[in-house]
Design a binder for this molecule. Sequence first.
Ligand SMILES: Nc1ncnc2c1ncn2[C@@H]1O[C@H](COP(=O)(O)OP(=O)(O)O)[C@@H](O)[C@H]1O
Ligand SMILES: [Mg+2]
Length: 330
Amino acid sequence: MENIIEIKSLVKKFGDFTAVSDININIKKGEIFGLLGPNGAGKSTTINMILGLLAPTSGKIIVNGTDMQKEPEKARNEIGIVTQETVVEPELTGEQNLMIFGRLYHIPTSELQKGIDFALKLADLTAFKDAYAGTYSGGMKRRLETAKSLMHAPKILLLDEPTTGLDIQNRSKIWDVLREINKNQNVTILLTTQYLEEADQLCNRIGIIDHGKMIALGTPTELRQKIGTGSVIEVSADKEDLQKVAAVFKKAGLEPKILTNKVVASGGSKGTEKIEALVKAISASKITIHNISMHEPTIDDVFLKLTGSEVRDTTGDYQGGRGMMMRRGR
Ligand SMILES: Nc1ncnc2c1ncn2[C@@H]1O[C@H](COP(=O)(O)OP(=O)(O)O)[C@@H](O)[C@H]1O
Ligand SMILES: [Mg+2]
């Protein structure tokens, strides 16, 4: 398949600090590609270089055959962008917001209304076009942002954390809009996210980025296969008991890994038998545990396996991958 964006050995340094370190990605025409990583991973820095807003320290970005450094205007024209901040004018209606934006982008007057109607429809905002943007919900504001970026009918849409902070209903509404744009308008989508579930459900391929480095790249299924087949078993307990819990894991024939507030191991294909053995061994050991569970491998488990560190927060209220953000726990 044809590459619509090629990112080659991309590096960005801020002084001595390397924010993006030798990133290579080929984004194929028609795909939804997700750059997944915790806060500070280097996602926005990468996106800003692809947009030509930030000059790479080294490396190359080719957008639809055009070198971003050599012909930035031409390359940028191929791209619609939704930034991390929402910039809608609350005192204007949805339609007026788009009108102003279209003028800023020099969309010819003859095409402006058509572009607006098209964008409103794609973002599923036609029914609300005459309402003041200030009255829109968070999700509708994000959709208005997306609509703005679609008015000039770009081939590529770049979105930097389009759903961060939105609740699950609004998030899935945005996913629907993006799927629709991707499928029916043939727009290639590159988005960044901290949500495991978003990457998993929405994206054809995912690049996991951490400390500026791409640590894994593949389809959600390929990534999950990296940790082997079968399920992941986890037992949470008080911190001071985790060593003892790990010893019990070993007795049950499992290879434990101790995390902040729990012990995890891959159950392999015999997860159910292993968990039964583990429950018995734990009861015999008289260690007090808080919870024992088994789940299908998630992208989070992949991250753990590849980096050896957790991405979830350390408060311990993590209950499995759904809607969980990537936050680094130390
Ligand atoms: N202009 C800058 N000057 C110095 N450091 C920066 C600058 N922009 C980003 N960084 C640093 O680069 C790293 C990656 O940032 P960023 O790309 O914003 O991460 P993400 O979008 O994944 O949260 C962070 O450690 C951030 O503090
Ligand atoms: Mg960011």
